[in-house]
Design a protein around this ligand. Sequence first.
Ligand SMILES: NC(=O)c1ccc[n+]([C@@H]2O[C@H](COP(=O)([O-])OP(=O)(O)OC[C@H]3O[C@@H](n4cnc5c(N)ncnc54)[C@H](OP(=O)(O)O)[C@@H]3O)[C@@H](O)[C@H]2O)c1
Length: 333
Amino acid sequence: MTEGTYRALVVREDNGKFTKAVELVPFDFLPENEVLIKVAYAALNYKDALSAKGHKGVSRHFPHTPGVDASGIVESSHHPDFKTGDAVLVTSYDLGMHTKGGFAEYICVPAAWVIPLPEGLTLQESMIIGTGGFTAALALQKMETNGQHPDSGDIVVTGASGGVGSMAVAILKKAGYNVIASSGKLEHYPWLQQIGAKRCINREELIDPSEKPLLAHKWAGAIDTVGGKTLANLLKACARNGNVAACGLVGSSDLSTTVYPFILNGVNLLGIESAETPRSLRLEVWKALAGRLKPANLDNMATIVPLEKIPGYIDDILAGETAGRILADLSLH
Ligand SMILES: NC(=O)c1ccc[n+]([C@@H]2O[C@H](COP(=O)([O-])OP(=O)(O)OC[C@H]3O[C@@H](n4cnc5c(N)ncnc54)[C@H](OP(=O)(O)O)[C@@H]3O)[C@@H](O)[C@H]2O)c1
């Protein structure tokens, strides 16, 4: 392991209270693993904010560095598949959960987690996409495996201004779909249209106050990050044989539905779990994200800041106040 210290965002626990600040830490703060990576970019996800506030379902051991997404250059490797100087990315697995994560100048991870930077993406672009884009692409891949096609009709994306949502809008557009972006932030409608939405609707429109088990068909499928009543209504108003991909729970982890969308309309409810995606599928999805599914306007989808600004953005993402992807550029001070 390297001598000296490196910069890292450190979350500390003191009597149930959590603080977060960028500190200089010794290299033995990192776990012993096969590949040491000098981080170029790390991207903020909702899960990182849960980790930073001490959510025990995400991170149990403190002091800790959150960050489920990182890209960078291999500094040293004990595994034959990687050598010093390789450009790589790591998303999810245990990174940023119980393994020190991407909001630091270095990460040290098992080789099985490391993905060679796909041809067609820069280190920065790979993190603009990151777990948000990977999850959206995984949802689309599963929907298309179940027969979704641009000719089937419109696809709704909920939480559209968020990390997963905005990437879903852009990726669906690139794949040829008409996208309805559902957002609580009217001020972001022009931006959502720039990145690929055909039209935007207020998220309140997706909450049907009636107890009807089915509604008139309004869309051919959906990528949902909200859960709860929103997800129940996406199922009720989905066209025959459409696919609704459940990715998140920013609204609620509950789901109350009848079986009618499934047994009368043949609607598929698809579960999306990105963290433990098998490596072969992971490589396939990243290849698509570097080519067929690469959004046309990635530069317009992220705010890029020094590491020192990430604590503030962690508070903002918990308050639902961020838009698009937030990246730490580790070369900035
Ligand atoms: N399944 C997986 O593998 C996977 C992977 C990554 C993330 N996720 C999950 O996906 C969700 C989104 O993650 P993210 O990183 O994209 O978070 P994010 O950037 O914070 O985006 C969430 C968006 O949801 C909307 N929203 C916030 N609070 C809401 C509420 N109370 N009711 C309805 N909408 C609300 C907001 O968008 P608008 O203002 O535009 O409505 C917000 O920007 C999280 O639950 C996360 O855990 C799952």
